[in-house]
Design a protein around this ligand. Structure first.
Ligand code: ATP
Ligand code: MG
Length: 158
């Protein structure tokens, strides 16, 4: 099924200059970027985006992390894009993420390390977890006219 998913390059990815490399990984897999912007997340926006985590112990650190610098937001489209993007990103804890994934290639930090420092685990990317989250997050981050409908070269060769 053709799906759309929300991807954020978190502030750690932006300040480390990894945007190009990260975006290339999605493009190389033939996924299509149909929306893209840079913005600085407000505390209110952080609470809205991470609604499900607001009451968790790591939320204070998570809000601090996601608001500490600008992020790059993308809407990515493709066949089973929600699952495929999360596969390319790798598991939440960089320590456990395999080499070849974004989190495994560019970080190695553990939950334990982050928890001891009382900070969020800096893991470079957010990607929607399921269809329901994708729809909610895309409408939170992008106005309909900021999402574009076009055919990429990959589709033309399928
Ligand atoms: P994201 O929602 O950012 O795509 P995810 O779905 O892989 O990541 P979630 O469980 O939704 O992971 O957690 C959201 C974010 O909160 C994580 O990406 C990470 O930055 C941070 N986080 C989650 N669990 C912990 C924890 N135990 N300690 C520190 N930070 C955490
Ligand atoms: Mg999540």
């Amino acid at each position: 099924m053709i799906e759309k998913t929300l991807v954020l390059i978190k502030p750690d990815g932006v300040v480390r200059g990894l945007c190009g490399n990260i975006i290339s990984r999605f493009e190389n897999a033939g996924l299509k970027i149909v929306g893209m912007k840079m913005l600085w997340v407000s505390r209110d926006m952080a609470k809205e985006h991470y609604k499900e985590h607001v009451d968790k112990p790591f939320y204070v650190g998570l809000e601090k992390f996601i608001t500490e610098g600008p992020v790059v937001g993308m809407v990515i489209e493709g066949n089973d894009a929600i699952e495929v993007v999360r596969k390319i990103v790798g598991p939440t804890e960089p320590k456990a993420a395999q080499p070849g994934t974004i989190r495994g290639d560019f970080s190695h930090i553990s939950y334990k390390f982050a928890d001891n420092k009382n900070i969020a685990v800096k893991n470079l990317i957010h990607a929607s977890a399921n269809q329901e989250d994708a729809e909610r997050e895309i409408s939170l981050w992008f106005a309909p006219e900021q999402i574009h409908d076009y055919e990429n070269v990959f589709e033309k060769t399928l």
